[in-house]
Design a binder for this molecule. Structure first.
Ligand code: DAH
Length: 349
């Protein structure tokens, strides 16, 4: 009777693995035969009722059942696992012959190009490039530049204040002048340019942006003249707008320079005859400049009886608009549109 049970399971084991298609089925089968109430387990537990002289043989037979089951189980398990891995590999196969995705390449932004060409020219003239913070002290952005609180010239540069009145987003790159002079401690000659972002409370339109770019220049030394400034400006004008450009200074007012000038170039479009770009005047204003105001020198620790110098400031967007014939400043800030850069890629640097 025990032997019948064993025979029965032995027969079952011959075919029962054939229908197994998944690892899940295989595990179920294991429970069915080897689990706590599995068929083989139950047969095994009959041993206590088997007469002593048959126990040995019975035990061997049950072991054989277990071995048969385990051998089959391991074999099928390996096959199924391999099949699973192969299926996964096939699914994830990469066809290396498919055409690839073309990566778009960028190119230098026009603002960056103007800055780079100004930097390389002025560095060849002995200037260092320095940077200052965009969050600036009112003291450096205005006060020490001879724009005390309540000065009417502050109106044109209304900006964003941070935590009260002490800190602001710089409205010009001129505060870097202050920082450099303070660092020079009234002893070192200075020759620097500082490109960077500036901010004003302007409504954005075709020619205004609340965030824009300037480049400041400062030279402090002995016996500097307005002629030195004119010569420097002439080099800049010719480099940016062509060898035949003429330049002129017009009187102007900035609190930090005395005298102050507007820097004009002859119109590159009509060569001075008058057109819509120069509004019929033949001249285009490209920046402001002047001799550093003695008050500013003194504010920043330089003795105006021993030192003097000049300063200038350019709006980079304005230069780029003129150079590349762009009539809307917002073109520069078109977010992440690579077509804008592509357009400039084709133009002369
Ligand atoms: N900071 C001036 C502005 O934003 C530009 C400027 C004019 C800078 C004259 C200078 C300068 O250094 O001398 O309008």
């Amino acid at each position: 009777m025990y032997n019948d049970k064993i025979k029965e399971i032995e027969n079952e084991l011959k075919t029962v693995f054939e229908g197994i298609k998944t690892l899940n089925d295989l595990e179920n089968l294991k429970v069915l035969f080897m689990g706590k109430n599995g068929k083989i387990t139950l047969v095994n537990s009959l041993i206590k009722d088997v007469p002593n002289e048959e126990k040995k043989e019975f035990g061997m037979k049950v072991n054989e059942l277990k071995n048969t089951f385990n051998t089959n189980y391991e074999k099928i398990k390996e096959e199924l696992e391999n099949a699973e891995i192969n299926a996964k590999l096939n699914k994830e196969a990469i066809d290396v012959t498919l055409p690839g995705v073309k990566l778009e390449t960028g190119s230098a932004h026009p603002i960056e190009r103007i800055i780079e060409s100004l930097e390389s020219l002025l560095m060849s003239m002995g200037y260092d490039v320095v940077e200052g913070p965009e969050v600036e002290k009112d003291l450096y952005n205005f006060e020490l530049l001879n724009l005390p609180k309540g000065h009417p010239a502050r109106d044109a540069q209304d900006t964003f204040y941070i935590k009260g009145e002490e800190y602001l987003l710089r409205s010009q790159t001129s505060p870097v002048q202050v920082r450099e002079m303070l660092a020079g401690k009234g002893e070192e000659p200075i020759r620097i340019i500082c490109p960077g972002k500036t901010y004003r409370r302007d409504e954005d339109d075709a020619t205004h942006s609340h965030e824009f770019t300037q480049m400041e220049g400062l030279l402090v030394d002995k016996d500097i003249t307005l002629g030195d400034l004119k010569g420097t400006f002439e080099e800049i004008a010719k480099m940016l707008f062509g060898k035949s450009r003429e330049t002129r200074f017009r009187p102007s007012y900035y609190p930090f320079t005395e005298p102050s000038v507007e820097m004009d170039i002859s119109c590159f479009n009509c060569n001075g005859k008058g057109c819509n770009i120069c509004k019929g005047t033949g001249w285009i204003t490209v920046g402001g400049a002047g001799m550093v105001n003695p008050i500013v020198l003194r504010n920043c620790g330089y003795d105006p009886d021993r030192w003097n110098g000049f300063a200038f400031g350019f709006g980079i967007e304005r230069l780029a608009m003129l150079k590349y014939g762009i009539n809307d400043i917002r073109t520069f800030y078109v977010n992440h549109d690579i077509r804008m850069l592509k357009e400039f890629d084709r133009r002369e640097y």
